[in-house]
Design a protein around this ligand. Structure first.
Ligand SMILES: *Cc1c(COP(=O)(O)O)cnc(C)c1O
Length: 230
């Protein structure tokens, strides 16, 4: 089942790219595997996917230990500062940096381990009270501060769009994030890149791709519904 789901997602990604006149290499699919068993991740791995996203530190490190080394792990969930040390040397990218304090902790833990950590800043574009993330106007001031951190590499922006019935309703959210990345790029800040736009989930990744997403985070569309009761 997972394999058919993956084929369906791949087809939709290609359709959206075609409508936008973009090529397949421009978008990375991240299989969001939170709550799902290692056996299912293995199926997805065997189908060729190498990027997996998790939102909890302990779950990520447990799966990291059990699965092949060439998987690129993405931390996509809210990150507590006291848990940063467990993942700085295990993840390809942290999508969810939303404060100077968290960035400072990542810098310190990365320095201790002698690694450089790639990060995205999470932006709460729609200003939803229930969500983490920086307000649109808080992004540039934070970028200017973290640009000076030697063990952090700012790679771009991430957003979680609101849950909507019709994905079209999120088009303006994605467009706002894309414009913000252009504004940051124009500042030409040393050590800062905005090449990555992580936006789009199962319900809206096609619209996100049409609006410039370079990473889409798809969970349910690949693995099926999550069950939080077990
Ligand atoms: C769970 C999650 C996703 C995947 O959501 P689906 O709707 O299942 O595709 C993507 N991004 C983040 C940050 C998540 O927490």
């Amino acid at each position: 089942m997972v394999k058919e789901n993956l084929e369906e997602v791949e087809k939709k990604i290609q359709g959206a790219l075609k409508r936008a006149g973009r090529s397949r290499e421009e978008v990375t699919l991240i299989a969001v595997s939170k709550t799902k068993p290692v056996s299912m991740l293995r199926e997805v791995y065997d189908a060729g996917v190498r990027c997996f996203g998790e939102n909890k530190v302990q779950e990520l490190t447990e799966k990291w230990e059990q699965l092949p080394q060439d998987i690129r792990w993405h931390m996509i969930g809210h990150l507590q500062r006291n848990k940063v040390k467990y993942i700085v040397d295990k993840v390809e990218l942290i999508h969810s940096v939303d404060s100077l304090r968290l960035a400072e902790t990542i810098e310190q833990e990365a320095a201790k381990k002698g690694v450089t950590v790639n990060i995205l800043l999470e932006v709460n574009v729609a200003n939803e009270e229930s969500k983490f993330g920086l307000g649109v106007h808080e992004v540039l001031p934070l970028v200017e501060k973290i640009a000076k951190f030697p063990h952090l590499r700012m790679k771009g922006l991430m957003t979680i769009a609101p849950y909507v019935e019709n994905a079209e309703e999120n088009r303006s959210v994605f467009r706002t994030l894309q414009k913000l990345s252009v504004d940051i790029a124009e500042k030409n800040i040393d050590n800062v890149s905005v090449e990555i736009l992580s936006m789009g989930m199962t319900n809206d990744y096609e619209v996100a791709i049409e609006e410039g997403a370079t990473m889409v985070r798809v969970g349910t569309g690949i693995f099926g519904e999550r069950n939080y009761d077990i």
